[in-house]
Write a protein that binds this ligand. Structure first.
Ligand code: ADP
Ligand code: ZN
Length: 214
């Protein structure tokens, strides 16, 4: 199963990607998480992208394309993968098609999780992330059993700098301008499935599973 998850920031891609990755036993590839790791480790790439991400803008296509290319060549991607947060622009989608065709493979399905802007703003302001392992939680929808600490590794949970309201609005605008057109791109390849994001994440998962079966 080779899958792309689309959706506005905060639509629940990361959470659903986690669940699908486990169910199908395929790796989840999140460019946002890889970029945040690079920032935390202060690698040259991390230092380069820090201001861009804090401002809610997109990292240059060539940087994320290079990250994904390297990741897809790892042996654990052989039986499939789920891309979360990539591609985010038409040039990224074209670069992805190109690299997959060089590898002799193709995307099977693209699922877009649909959530309205006002709901997104509510959701993102409650989001908490583990600064150590990258696990994500939500104060209302998916609280950590350990409160302010991570269920998975015990480290402390933080609010991402780009989850502040003005930055969220900027990210939504970038989404509508640059990422939403990917729905037409993949609809034209007959790969697009729309899933209406539900308040309860298990309900969204059920709709996702249906979308993956047809
Ligand atoms: P969300 O889905 O909540 O926006 P992500 O973790 O996917 O969060 O991404 C966080 C930030 O990382 C984005 O706002 C953007 O600056 C950068 N980023 C992640 N993936 C890409 C990408 N494919 N292209 C460009 N920038 C990206
Ligand atoms: Zn953790």
């Amino acid at each position: 199963m080779r899958l792309i998850l689309l959706g506005a920031p905060g639509a629940g891609k990361g959470t659903q990607a986690d669940i699908v990755a486990e169910k199908y036993n395929i790796p989840q590839i999140s460019t946002g998480a890889i970029l945040r790791e690079a920032m935390a480790a202060k690698t040259p790439l991390g230092i380069k992208v820090e201001e861009i991400i804090k401002a809610g803008s997109l990292v240059p296509d060539e940087d994320v394309v290079a990250i994904v290319r390297e990741r897809l060549l790892q042996p654990d991607c052989r039986n499939g993968f789920i891309l979360d947060g990539f591609p985010r622009t038409i040039p990224q989608a074209k670069a992805l098609d190109q690299m997959l065709s060089e590898m002799g493979i193709a995307i099977d399905k693209v699922v877009s999780i649909e959530v309205g802007d006002e709901d997104i703003i509510c959701r993102l302001s409650g989001r908490r992330v583990c600064q150590k392992c990258g696990a994500t939680f939500h104060t209302a929808y998916k609280p950590s059993q350990k409160g302010d600490a991570c269920d998975r590794c015990g480290d402390s949970l933080i609010v991402r700098k780009d989850d502040q309201e003005d930055v969220i609005r900027q990210r939504l605008e970038v989404y509508h301008q640059q990422t939403a057109p990917l729905k037409d791109y993949y609809a034209a390849q007959n790969k697009l499935r729309l899933v209406m994001g539900q308040e309860d994440l298990a309900d969204t998962t059920a709709l996702m599973e249906k979308a993956l079966q047809d």
